[in-house]
Design a protein around this ligand. Structure first.
Ligand code: FAD
Length: 460
């Protein structure tokens, strides 16, 4: 079924359901369910449906799967499945920590399945960090990269920094002491890759937008920029600066021979290098047969992300260069502060959470890890975070209904690199794409439209 047709069908079903739900609780009693079956012309199946869904009970039934946490005393657990949707009652409360790509995908799915949830993020708006680099060079762009949570999720959104999780009492504890109870927890706190990094520290949109604006001013004030790190972020950063400001000298220094993500096809990585050279970016890389490229010495002592005329930089290979601004695009650091103390035994070396095939955190059947903070051997991508979220939400629904859980399988790599707004390289499902297709599909708008649509809001 086409996506639009499917949405229309689901909306119609929901409208029929709501029209029978006289108490507006998301639960139907025997009479209401009978009325609904009549409207859906399911009268012939009514006895079986009543028996299956209600049994001897007054309201739709509770299904408790093996390994599920015990219901809280006094809570009614109830689930009814209708048209692929699952509505949950008191006692089933999913808490999603982190409203990045994984978190908003999970929250949207919980919302459309009418499951009770709370989405928590330290910011007041979703940050489309895929477009962070464009926002770092193009004046006025940053505003479009923040999408307010409250307009989409209403009271299901709580702004706050999660400091720890009490797994015994099933509580998420926020800075300031507020506690939020969960029956199921989805952790998706991501990693801190965006440039400028300060935006990771949370707060309100206007401050974050101002940080980007300040960064743009610093780039504008520099005649030359040194980008440190030639992974995908560094490659895209160098391309963005040179595209927006062709007159500036842009140097990319990298500690390896190959540019961009090592999961990409060699031909795609080679193409990325070619585009940078075509744009006039100077490359300081390793050359075969040497194993290593250049590492900037004493990076932590250098002032990053601010224009500082004629700063001297040396590399471990004795190369010296002079630049007006240093932008560091190295190292991923998983944001583990929300859960590190509580899930100490499930942490991989980088702070990511070890998960099983169903994305449940090792040893916890009601806790899922999604996105960059899940320890899965695949590139850290928004695309994957969305796929993880779908698996986690399905598995929560499946476990409530006693159905088999769904395993997450990593597919062939799909990755697109925006090389400025006018070029791009990448691959789809393991096959290299023509540059114009990547430009059309990603580089021009950086898929911002997709997130605005997912959040059901109008892009400014
Ligand atoms: C420049 C750039 C370009 C990229 N390009 C692509 C691309 O083209 N395609 C692609 O698929 N991927 C791309 N990625 C990767 C992609 O953005 C990440 O993989 C994705 O953001 C991961 O999503 P996530 O939900 O795991 O985490 P994030 O999106 O990082 O979200 C984590 C959220 O958790 C919140 N949070 C963290 N700690 C706490 C706490 N203690 N309490 C409350 N909230 C907290 C943060 O505020 C944040 O909102 C790119 C990344 C960058 C930086």
């Amino acid at each position: 079924m086409e996506e639009a047709e499917h949405s229309r069908y689901v909306a119609q079903l929901k409208a029929e359901f709501d029209s029978c739900d006289t108490t507006a609780t998301g639960f139907l009693d025997r009479d209401e369910l009978t009325a609904l079956c009549g409207k859906l012309q399911l009268d012939a199946h009514l006895p079986l449906l009543l028996d299956t869904l209600l049994g001897e009970r007054t309201y739709s039934r509770h299904v408790k799967a093996a390994g599920e946490p015990a219901p809280q005393t006094g809570h009614i657990w109830a689930v009814i499945e209708m048209g692929g949707q699952v509505s949950s009652a008191e006692g089933v409360h999913v808490v999603v920590v982190g409203g990045g790509f994984g978190g908003i995908a999970a929250a949207q799915q919980l919302k459309s399945q009418r499951m009770d949830f709370t989405l928590i993020d330290m910011r007041d708006a979703f940050h489309h960090n895929v477009a962070a680099l464009r926002a770092s060079v193009q004046p006025g762009f940053a505003q479009r990269t923040f999408i307010p949570y409250a307009e989409t999720f209403g009271e299901s959104f709580v702004q706050g920094r999660v400091e720890r999780v009490d797994t015994e009492r099933q509580l998420v504890i926020l800075q300031g002491g507020r506690e939020i109870q969960y029956s199921h927890l989805i952790l998706c706190t991501g990693d801190g890759r965006a440039v400028p990094r300060e935006v990771q520290h949370g707060g309100v949109v206007s401050n974050s937008v101002q940080m980007y604006q300040d960064f743009v001013s610093q780039v504008q004030a520099a005649d030359s920029v040194l980008v440190v790190g030639g992974g995908s972020t560094g490659v895209e950063m160098a391309a963005e600066i040179k595209t927006e400001y062709p007159e500036k000298t842009v140097v990319l220094v990298h500690s390896k021979i190959g540019l961009a993500d090592s999961d990409l096809l060699p031909s795609v990585r080679q193409q990325a290098k070619q585009v940078l050279l075509e744009k006039g970016v100077q490359l300081l890389l390793g050359t075969w047969p040497a194993e290593h490229g250049h590492r900037v010495c004493d990076l932590s002592d250098l002032q990053l992300n601010v224009a500082h005329k004629n700063t001297q930089v040396t590399t471990d290979k004795g190369h010296t260069l002079t630049t007006d601004m240093i932008v560091c695009c190295t190292g991923l650091k998983v944001n583990a502060t929300a859960y590190a103390s509580s899930f100490n035994s499930c942490l991989a070396d980088n702070g990511a959470l070890k998960v099983n095939d169903y994305l449940q955190v090792e040893g916890f059947s009601n806790v899922y890890a999604v996105g960059d903070c899940a320890d899965i051997k695949e590139p850290k991508m928004a695309y994957h975070a969305g796929l993880h979220a779908a698996v986690a939400v399905s598995n929560i629904a499946n476990s409530l209904q006693g159905k088999a859980l769904k395993a997450y399988c990593t597919g062939n790599v799909t990755m697109l690199l925006a090389m400025g707004r006018d070029d791009g390289v990448g691959q789809f499902n393991g096959l290299r794409l023509p540059r114009y297709l990547v430009t059309l599909g990603k580089s021009r708008d950086l898929l911002l439209w997709k997130s605005w649509r997912e959040m059901n809001q109008q892009q400014p």
